[in-house]
Design a protein around this ligand. Structure first.
Ligand code: GDP
Ligand code: MN
Length: 385
């Protein structure tokens, strides 16, 4: 789960990480009042679940309350497109109005999981404020990393080593080390998959402040943090993904035109691979799960069918806990209720496969049956759409 910058900064503040004084505004009048309160000047920041706002008009420095009001008016109710949002952009419904920072130095800090190391990794760079992907591509030597042992945690020598690489003077180094330690604590205690501060700044008076804040929470660990659920902002999520999450269906929206209905995450990934290898492009990853009812299967199919990109559907069901007849019933239900005529290729195996195929065969839906996954992918490829 992604959360907003102002929420991530609330979390940071709870861990003693310095953040600029800020006020959330949802109207131009509130932005004006907030700027007044902050001394007449401020930075107006669009709150969306994506970065790259600075380059795309989502971060504006203003010199008066009126200017803040004006900036807020143009940002609010707009859809902000940044390099990270995709062409559809993200709706701006909240602004963070912050005191202006006196920036002497912009640094980059992040924690994420490194699969190679099988644990968290702490990254720092002197190239803060930049696209880290660009730094990684052009100046990889400017990114310094420390793998963190999950049992020992972040060791003081590791923090000192990173701070030294940032080339900070003695007073700043001490504060920076404290911030790195606290960020690691945020990462571990909240089951984050990403904590990123870009930029972490050194101010003119040598304070270390998190000027930006990004936190990604691990969805599978959210049950351990019910208090963080209040941070969910459904309006920032892909509507189909949000709908699927509410139905407890594992779904990820992709770019292609082949809607995929699969039971089991591994089978779903294999289905995407084989579909892609056959020269077709999946529109989604979807794992309907084991104990699905016809209604749940039907909801999953409706999510697939309501995706405007989908022009053909590939069903790959291995009937075990989810029986093939239940899957068949669910598919027919969704097609009947939506009146869809999108062709589908069905590969079914396992429990009640004969019944499942019979239900689909008798339904009048535009179904092509396949016995193996490879045949199914070829059939998808050959569909005349
Ligand atoms: P992002 O582009 O979405 O990552 O948004 P950021 O919060 O990182 O802001 C983008 C850039 O705006 C930062 O790298 C800073 O250079 C600049 N910026 C943000 N707040 C301030 C501020 O208070 N004062 C100044 N001078 N620049 C700021
Ligand atoms: Mn940033």
């Amino acid at each position: 789960m992604n959360i907003h910058e102002f929420q991530a900064k609330e979390v940071f503040a709870r861990y003693g990480i310095p953040v600029p004084r800020g006020i959330v505004a949802t109207t131009p009048a509130e932005a004006k009042a907030a700027t007044q309160e902050l001394g007449g000047r401020s930075v107006v920041k669009a709150q969306i679940h994506a970065g790259g706002r600075g380059k795309s008009g989502g971060v504006k420095l203003v010199r008066s309350p009126e200017e803040a009001e004006e900036a807020a008016r143009s940002m609010l109710a707009s859809t902000l497109v940044t390099p990270q949002t995709g062409p559809e952009g993200a709706p701006v419904e909240k602004l963070l109005i912050e005191e202006l920072a006196d920036i002497k130095n912009e640094l980059y800090v992040a924690l994420t999981i490194d699969r190679g190391h099988r644990g968290p990794v702490l990254l720092v760079s002197t190239q803060g404020g930049m696209d880290i992907e660009e730094v990684a591509a052009n100046n990889p030597e400017d990114i310094h990393t420390e793998p963190v042992d999950p049992l020992l945690g972040l060791m003081p020598f590791q923090t000192r080593r990173l701070v030294r690489r940032l080339g900070l003077g003695p007073t700043v180094a001490g504060s920076a080390a404290k911030v790195l330690t606290a960020l690691h604590q945020v990462f571990v205690e909240n089951d984050c998959s990403l904590v990123e501060v870009n930029p972490l700044i050194v101010t003119g008076d040598d304070r270390v402040v998190a000027l930006d804040a990004k936190i990604n929470l691990d969805d599978d660990a959210m049950f351990r943090h019910p208090g963080l659920m209040v941070y969910r902002d459904v309006n920032q999520e892909d509507p189909l993904e949000a709908q699927a999450a509410d139905l407890d269906i594992a779904y990820v929206n992709l770019d292609g035109d082949v809607g995929c209905l699969v039971n089991g995450a591994g089978l779903a990934m294999a289905t995407l691979d084989v579909t892609t290898a056959a020269g077709a492009a999946p529109a989604n990853f979807l794992d309907v799960g084991g104990g699905a009812t016809p209604e749940k299967v039907s909801s999953a199919v409706k999510i697939i069918l309501s995706d405007a990109k989908v022009r053909r559907v590939l069903v790959n069901i291995f009937g075990g806990i989810l029986r093939c007849d239940i899957a068949g019933e669910g598919i027919v239900l969704a097609y009947k209720e939506t009146g869809s005529t999108i062709p589908l290729v069905v590969r079914m195996l396992g429990t009640n496969v004969a019944e499942g195929k019979e239900i689909l065969g008798a339904s009048g839906l535009p179904v092509v049956f396949a016995d193996t996954l490879t045949e199914a992918a070829d059939a998808i490829k050959q569909l005349n759409i």
